[in-house]
Ligand binder design. Structure first.
Ligand code: AMP
Length: 273
């Protein structure tokens, strides 16, 4: 495995790319495995580890974000990654960048409503990384569903020559989504956070948009989690929710941590209000 902060020009082999902020866990490793499936044993899997300052707000956890490069390196090695790219802020942004990617209206909603500028930061770094790595496939987790949708839109609207692949969320045994930020949870917050997958399950058993929201909110309230939002959207995050498959998305505070999750729901014939 090559570990580098500067990428050589890419070879002609098929290439799949997994951008991360490090503190790698089994969710990231699943992305690496799906990446390998897309390019085969002859292809190249590239993983980046870069904690992107541009996507953190002033009061967020940029300085505290877990940095575990030695363990990350071992995880990548174990997954047969070909290139571990660990750029510096300089390699990504140069001296004084003034151009960013505008995520459009969806960038202000859901996560964007609580985290102003977050998705401009995400899309800007993803755009730079996609140009530097030049992959055929880029893998993103459904765990960050809005991020996945915005990356899809950026690649479509700005004609990035890459296929964006979404990967289902990897969960702990009680259903909590794996996250680098789970290490911040106190034992009590961790126990209460198990209500999040229960809320998604309760939502998936309801049929109308309002019943789905109410069922999810009930589970979160019962665990005394502080709700930021609980919303039902179309699968591409539109406000008009058609009958059939849709998405339930939520964000809560547990102690000092903010946790997000989402899952599929089915809206029945009386559910399109
Ligand atoms: P992060 O390092 O948190 O920025 O995440 C890097 C990539 O891993 C993103 O595409 C995330 O959506 C994805 N990811 C994070 N957690 C999970 C998970 N539990 N299951 C699947 N993908 C995940």
């Amino acid at each position: 495995m090559i570990v580098t902060d500067v990428l050589a020009p890419r070879s002609g082999k098929p290439r799949a790319f997994v951008p991360t902020m490090g503190a790698l866990h089994d969710g990231h490793r699943e992305l690496m495995r799906v990446a390998r499936e897309h390019v085969g044993l002859e292809g190249e899997v590239v993983v980046s580890v870069f904690v992107n300052p541009l996507q953190f707000g002033a009061n967020e956890d940029f300085d505290q974000y877990p940095r575990t490069l030695e363990a990350d390196r071992a995880a990548c090695e174990a997954e047969g990654v070909n290139i571990l790219y660990v750029p510096t802020v300089w390699t990504i942004y140069g001296e004084s960048p003034s151009i960013t990617v505008d995520p459009g209206p969806l960038g202000e909603e859901l996560e964007g409503a609580s985290r102003p500028g977050h998705f401009a930061g995400v899309l800007t770094v993803v755009g730079i990384l996609l140009h530097q790595v030049a992959p055929d496939f880029a893998l993103f987790g459904e765990k960050d569903y809005q991020q996945l949708e915005l990356v899809r839109r950026m690649c479509r609207d700005l004609s990035f020559p890459v296929t964006v692949v979404g990967v289902p969320t990897v969960r702990e045994s009680d259903g909590l989504a794996r996250s680098s930020r789970n290490v911040y949870l106190s034992a009590d917050d961790r126990r209460r956070a198990a209500a999040i997958p229960r809320a998604l399950k309760a939502g998936s058993n309801a049929t109308s948009v309002e019943q789905i929201r109410t069922a999810a909110i009930h589970e979160l309230n019962a665990a005394d989690l502080d709700i930021d939002y609980v919303e039902v959207r179309s699968n591409d995050l539109g406000h008009d929710v058609p009958e059939g498959e849709a998405r339930l998305l939520l964000a809560v505070h547990a102690g000092s941590s903010r946790l997000i999750d989402n899952g599929p729901v089915h809206v029945g014939s009386d559910g399109s209000e």
